[in-house]
Ligand binder design. Structure first.
Ligand code: AVJ
Length: 325
């Protein structure tokens, strides 16, 4: 047990409302093929399962990204400059952020944005204890919809968005361009984006990263149905769905699905959703890029690629982009 003094945390709340969750789930399940937005993975249980995924040996992303951050932190800090306002998109458990917070000594404020309220509160409480003097302004929001940025007490010389973990890979090509464009405009001109981008690699490595032998990724995927049961009065039988993840070479992405193991009908309140045997619900895509491909996207969105750091095997990249807008 960690013993930490609990401090009261003030949270800026723009989190999606329950009726929004319901609407998106219903419209996704009425599509053909059926789809669910992956942002809804991260309820309290889902965030904990994702933290467990990050400890799996085969899920190389956090390990490799952390190694890159630690190896090149001095160069990163140098490029980011002084009196930075650091805004993080999808802050999660903030493990990698601490590498930055440890070095960016004259940070004006840190604004973690996350959709998972419980985790955000928990992590913020820890940060204010561990970084006394740092202004932490947590925002609970889906960063793809509208939210206001809190105003820090001190003036900053530059806003830098930290977007690690290759979360950008969860977006399809057009939404990716839109989100990057939006960031370039909102934090520019001269705004920075320090972003983790996962790279194309041996499909076997990708397969094992999303099909761990302990079934944690499967539990993470299935938790979405459990959440729907809990929050939307659903009756998904988790035994009748199966986790399925594969690398789609042509599209350059890992796809996660939940496959119906039999013909069945599921109810959400008074709504009925039919499933054929073998029918899938597409729950997530994780796009993998070449450095050239990502450079094109970033440039088209109004960024200049200032620096790219990778590991020796070129499995993952951390990139510093500067808004030209
Ligand atoms: C946190 C979105 C980057 O896509 O690799 C992990 C989520 N899904 N295992 C990813 C995830 C399955 C992860 N991201």
């Amino acid at each position: 047990m960690k013993s930490r003094k609990r401090k009261q945390v003030q949270l800026y709340d723009f989190s999606p409302r329950q009726d929004c969750f319901r609407k998106e789930v219903l419209s996704g399940l009425r599509k053909s093929p059926k789809k669910l937005p992956c942002k809804y993975f991260y309820d309290e249980q889902g965030s904990r399962l994702f933290e467990r995924i990050c400890t799996l040996d085969k899920y190389y992303i956090p390990r490799v990204e952390t190694a890159i951050m630690e190896a090149y932190i001095e160069e990163m800090v140098e490029l980011l400059g002084q009196r930075v306002l650091l805004v993080e998109y999808g802050s999660g458990d903030c493990t990698k952020t601490r590498i930055l917070l440890d070095r960016l000594r004259d940070l004006v404020a840190y604004v973690p944005i996350d959709i998972s309220r419980e985790q955000l509160l928990r992590v913020t409480e820890e940060l204010v204890v561990d970084y006394p003097g740092l202004e932490v302004l947590p925002v609970c929001a889906d960063y793809t919809s509208e939210f206001e940025l809190p105003v820090p007490k001190q003036l900053s010389t530059r806003k830098v968005v930290y977007f690690p973990g290759s979360t950008i890979g969860n977006f399809d090509p057009i939404p990716t361009k839109n989100l990057l464009e939006h960031i370039a405009k909102r934090y520019g001109p001269n705004g920075g984006l320090l972003i983790g981008v996962d790279l194309k690699k041996d499909p076997q490595v990708l397969h094992h990263a999303y099909n761990d032998s302990q079934g944690v990724t499967a539990a993470f995927n299935l938790n979405l149905l459990e959440r729907i049961n809990r929050e939307l009065n659903g009756d998904f039988n988790l035994e009748w769905f199966e986790h399925y993840a594969f690398y789609n070479t042509r599209e350059g992405r890992v796809e996660m699905h939940l496959i119906s193991l039999r013909e069945q009908t599921v109810h959400l309140g008074n709504v009925t959703i039919p499933f054929a045997k073998g029918e899938s619900i597409w729950t997530e895509s994780s796009y993998k890029y070449n450095l050239d491909e990502f450079k094109q996207i970033a440039t088209a969105a109004g960024f200049k690629v200032e620096h790219v750091w990778t590991d020796e095997q070129q499995w993952f990249s951390v990139q510093y982009l500067v808004s030209q807008e």
